[in-house]
Design a protein around this ligand. Structure first.
Ligand code: ZN
Length: 134
């Protein structure tokens, strides 16, 4: 199982989880996880702990990608448009972009709940994706 990006998400028996960081000083969370200083410039803490982010969130915005992104992205041949959603993880104070599995833009609306899953990119490695809540 090859992940598209090591350290940003994990796949295990509990499902797919995004990995973020939480500041030990003020609790500010970040994705992707930060190794050093807090994401909040007002906070002096440099202690970040790794955390699993919530697996469900609500659509903040969405679109579709009708043209293949430029390299280094490896697009399928022929290219199949993908749906993208920015999903708000309210408890974490974050919005995370990802491909949407099994839904088009006509199926989505702002505020709709989605959950995390994963799927393969065109060249094979797995990446996190959003899907309808099951
Ligand atoms: Zn902080």
């Amino acid at each position: 199982m090859k992940l598209a990006i090591e350290g940003w998400f994990t796949i295990d028996d509990d499902g797919t989880h995004l990995l973020g960081s939480r500041c030990a000083g003020c609790g500010t969370m970040a994705f992707p996880p930060l190794p050093g200083p807090c994401a909040d410039p007002r906070c002096p803490s440099e202690a970040q702990e790794r955390v699993r982010l919530p697996r469900r969130g609500r659509v903040w915005s969405y679109t579709d990608a009708r043209y293949p992104p430029p390299a280094p992205y490896v697009a399928a041949e022929p290219y199949t448009p993908v749906t993208l959603a920015a999903v708000e993880l309210a408890e974490a104070g974050l919005v995370v972009l990802g491909q949407v599995q099994g839904l088009g833009t006509a199926d989505l609306h702002v505020g709709m709940e989605l959950e995390l899953t994963h799927g393969p990119l065109a060249d094979g490695p797995l990446v996190w994706m959003w899907r309808a809540v099951r």
